[in-house]
Ligand binder design. Sequence first.
Ligand code: PLP
Length: 413
Amino acid sequence: MSGSLRGAASLTDNQARPPEGGRYYSNVMADRVYLDWNATTPLRGEARIAMAEALDLCGNPSSVHAEGREARKWVEAARATIANAVGALPKNLIFTSGGTEANALALAPGMRRAEGASVERLVVSAIEHTSVLAGGRFPEAAVTTVGVTANGLVDLDQLREILRRGPPALVSIMLANNETGAIQPVAAAAEIVRAAGGLLHVDAVQAFGKIALNIKETGADLLSLSAHKIGGPKGVGALVLAEGISAPAALLRGGGQEKGRRAGTENVTAIAGFAAAASAALPGLQNEAHRLETLRNRLEGGLHQTPGAIVFSQAVPRLPNTSLFTVPGLRAETAVIGFDLAGIAVSSGSACSSGKVQPSHVLEAMGFGSEVARGAVRLSLGWSTRDADIDSCLEAWRRLAPSLLKDQRRNTA
Ligand code: PLP
């Protein structure tokens, strides 16, 4: 093994590219339509092959012997591939167990710019993933929330005002929202944060692999990534640092792995899968984004034929694969079950805990009442989505909508 990711290169043409109208040879069940790609993606064939090869590496990447050095080569090749994919230096990438851990690691008091004061307070946008809203290692009293507009974009005037009143802050704003897909003005936010002497963390978990991403262009000081949103395995991710930013204090301490920034033997197999997925996802990204946007727009055109249908954040730049919609009176949990029985996997925009759909904190932050915030359904597309899937989804919706909306009228009467 030369240190390059051999698995990706040994795919046959058939495995690398699905036939038109067909599917990747991997995983979406043949008789199902999977439209929940923002929750997670099927494993890419390239990742599967790289992981199968990496499973046979017996060495610990920290060991000095040949077996250890071989495993280390895989980890470092993967680090270079992923760092390069986001325009960062490999030495500035820390592997983690996923996006949640990357976010938790990033949100640490005490970081500073070389020339600045350390940040002892945190500002998060109201539409962040719960792993950011939890505040990392900042005490609750040190966390301030910045609101969003009705279209779901972070309110930059409010951000400026919050930063003006008080000491330098760490600010956390996601690049793209997981529910609406709205792409946040992070580069503009970065200027505001920098002028106020603060640091910017950007959760790019949903954006990576869907839109172009370069850490310098975002202006982020810290950037979170996750493998399973791009066709890699679940349970691996990374925190990427901009050049010149020193790492947050380690969350996991013990061994000196990841240069002491994250203890624990590296998950070599998952890391190899992460890099192979990134290598497969990024070439042709623009064409794929265009293809998905065309499918998504056709889907939304069909949904709009239902009177009163609303597609959230439709007026602002969004991820090309994401659509969050509702119709007055719709209940997300019944709609998700109805779609599932019709063979289509979708999700409610809102978090589902213990089987009960909670109102979406994203829609509430956008100013919608709890009825609307409980009634949104998210459809998200990916590389195996084809025209026929959109047809099936719209057909199911046409069949389901009358009874779903009638049931709702009865429930609310
Ligand atoms: N951040 C965002 C925006 C997400 O959508 C998710 C997962 O849904 C995460 C973070 C968490 O990532 P992981 O599932 O890898 O912990």
